[in-house]
Design a protein around this ligand. Structure first.
Ligand code: NAD
Length: 290
């Protein structure tokens, strides 16, 4: 396939590289002037779109996505599939679909889970929203860049699934960190705490796969001085998106709201640039009132 790729940052660059490795012809554009081996860079976003059968965007946020789509949809080949893999608000995702639709293009919102490691290894999970026809055209590319894809429903459904999943993750990580911090103060050995919880009803991904206590459980960012991994500010971004969405549809998310507040405080007080599991040492330094 001839593929245009816009936004070749931490995630986009390795995803594009995997498409090249699989034998696709990839042209790319990024305002930062980056280069990716095997990807022919263009001078503008529309130049990375003209004549392409598929166009992938991997951008920082919904505002940038809207402005990039404003520039590129009119350059799209009729019937081409536009795939947005950025994590953005549901409203921007739906607007991007509408813009693509009005220009005679197929479109899919397909945010990912799996982080930079998953992007490099081609093991991302894609959560896709859009018509069956658009999804089926995009699916072979998801199979190259990822190991699991779920077609979640119509326009915006991928973004909806992503923010709901990450709301669970943010809440569960905070729960695990506060439980480990309480266990510490009760004099419990961390390995024993892990042995019990990981095989009991407290078991969850935040304990079993990504334990925030260094030296306990499988290797995770806590074993690497909490270098991300998944940075706290990205977790804050996703929790903020989930709160925006909850406001828009009047859904009660009391734990999601508290999780967003706590990650907001953490990011402002030493958490920026650290993995989101570094909530554990942050809690360790606190008492009940500070
Ligand atoms: P990044 O900042 O490394 O990459 C974004 C790229 O977009 C940058 O290279 C930037 O120069 C480029 N860009 C910005 N404005 C542009 C424009 N107008 N035209 C062209 N290029 C433009 O971010 P990232 O970590 O690669 O994340 C990308 C998206 O993936 C985000 O929405 C993020 O929430 C999501 N995501 C990231 C991770 C992760 O672990 N990093 C995990 C899952 C999802």
């Amino acid at each position: 396939m001839r593929i245009g790729f816009i936004g070749l940052g931490n995630m986009g660059a390795p995803m594009a590289a995997n498409l090249v490795k699989a034998g696709h012809e990839v042209v790319g554009f990024d305002v930062a002037g980056v280069t990716v081996e095997g990807v022919k860079m263009t001078a503008s976003a529309p130049d990375a779109v003209r004549g392409m059968e598929a166009v992938i965007t991997m951008l920082p946020n919904g505002g940038i996505l809207r402005s990039v789509y404003g520039e590129i949809v009119s350059a799209g080949e009729k019937g081409a599939v536009f795939i947005d893999c950025s994590t953005v608000d549901v409203e921007s995702a739906r607007l991007a679909h509408d813009m693509a639709d009005a220009a005679g293009l197929l479109s899919v919102d397909a945010p990912v889970s799996g982080g930079i490691g998953g992007a490099a290894a081609g093991t991302l999970t894609f959560m896709a929203g859009g018509s069956k026809e658009a999804f089926e055209k995009a699916a072979p590319l998801f199979d190259i860049m990822g190991q699991k894809t779920v077609h979640c429903g119509q326009a915006g459904a991928g973004q909806a699934a992503k923010i709901c999943n990450n709301m669970i993750l943010g809440i569960s990580m905070i729960g695990v960190c506060e439980a480990f911090s309480l266990a510490d103060k009760l004099g419990l050995d961390r390995q024993k705490m892990y042995d019990v919880v990981s095989t009991s009803s407290g078991a969850c991904w935040s304990v079993n796969t990504y334990c925030p206590a260094p030296g306990v459980g499988p290797k995770s960012p806590s074993d690497n001085d909490y270098k991300p991994g998944f940075a706290s500010e990205l977790m804050l971004k996703d929790l903020t998106l989930s709160q925006q969405a909850a406001d828009a549809v009047d859904a009660p998310t009391p734990m999601g709201r508290r999780a967003a507040e706590l990650y907001g405080e953490f990011v402002e007080n030493g958490g920026r640039g650290r993995d989101f599991s570094a909530m554990l040492p942050w809690f360790q330094g606190k008492g009940r009132t500070n």
